[in-house]
Design a protein. Structure first.
Length: 278
């Protein structure tokens, strides 16, 4: 492994969303294997042996008039790989209680310490939606609860839910890389109660949960909401994120239609995370 060389691309993106999400998806299909979201956009990595100078030709979003995307790239020796992660993936601490960090970061003095290698999965805690979902989990009772983390990404939310006392958890993602990455991170954090599943809402047949966490995007949430509610026990709690405050009315309307009551809203940089009760 010591002689593997990576190419690092540093993308500046305006406006950030949904462009960064689309860009990461397209780069993933092109063979890029690791991503770190930054304040200006995203940094993406690909092994040099998988790279060619026309690698970005099929990245459609780069041709879009809706977004302004520029980039630089450089070759990175494998010996500097951890240094590169360290430079771009800073540990975060949420509400002085929960830390999310990579294995090479020093252990902080927090009640909950989550170690993840994000690779190309979404959910390092840096994005507003993940950060707010962590806040929701910290504020709510998960002791002896059954939990679903839908669209689990790195598995960070399911991992925290188990640390908070949840005793039966499913973490589901349709993306194979996220599935594999969640498996790794669950093991890395010595979690014993999390089942990682590769799939979508169709995997929820005959399932029941006390708490459902869904940090995806507005359209998938609206499409799958009825399935989530069907899987939610009476008095169960549904946490939703992955959308902007402008989307609250349409999300709330769908939830109300299905018998859910809006309990709380968290907001950060126009992104929101909502709590509903059945």
């Amino acid at each position: 492994m010591s002689n593997i060389i990576y190419i690092g691309y540093y993308f500046k993106v305006e406006p950030l969303q949904p462009a960064v999400e689309i860009l990461i998806a397209e780069l993933g299909y092109a063979g890029f294997e690791s991503f770190v979201e930054t304040e200006e956009g995203v940094t993406a990595y690909i092994q040099k042996e998988e790279w060619n100078d026309k690698i970005l030709e099929d990245i459609d979003i780069l041709k879009s008039d809706e977004f302004n995307i520029s980039y630089t790239f450089e070759e990175i020796e494998q010996t500097n790989w951890n240094e590169e992660w360290e430079k771009n993936f800073n540990p975060i601490i949420v509400d002085d209680v929960c830390s999310v960090r990579a294995p090479f970061h020093p252990k902080p003095d927090t009640k909950y310490d989550i170690i993840i290698e994000p690779k190309m999965s979404f959910g390092t805690g840096h994005h507003e939606t993940t950060h707010m979902m962590i806040q929701h989990i910290l504020k709510n009772d998960f002791n002896n609860k059954s939990v679903l983390d839908m669209g689990c990404g790195t598995g960070v939310l399911a991992i925290l839910a188990e640390m908070k006392g949840a005793n039966s958890l499913d973490a589901i993602d349709y993306d194979n890389w996220c599935y594999l990455n969640s498996l790794e991170n669950v093991e890395r954090n010595n979690c014993k109660n999390i089942t990682v599943i590769e799939g979508d809402a169709s995997a929820l047949k005959n399932k029941l949960y006390d708490i459902i966490i869904a940090n995806i995007n507005r359209n998938i949430l609206l499409n799958d909401m009825a399935t989530y509610v069907k899987c939610l026990n009476t008095n169960g709690v549904l946490f939703l994120s992955g959308f902007y405050n402008d989307d609250i009315p349409i999300i709330e309307e769908e939830c109300n239609k299905l018998g859910l009551k809006h309990v709380e809203t968290l907001e950060k940089n126009h992104w929101v995370a909502l709590k509903f009760r059945k």
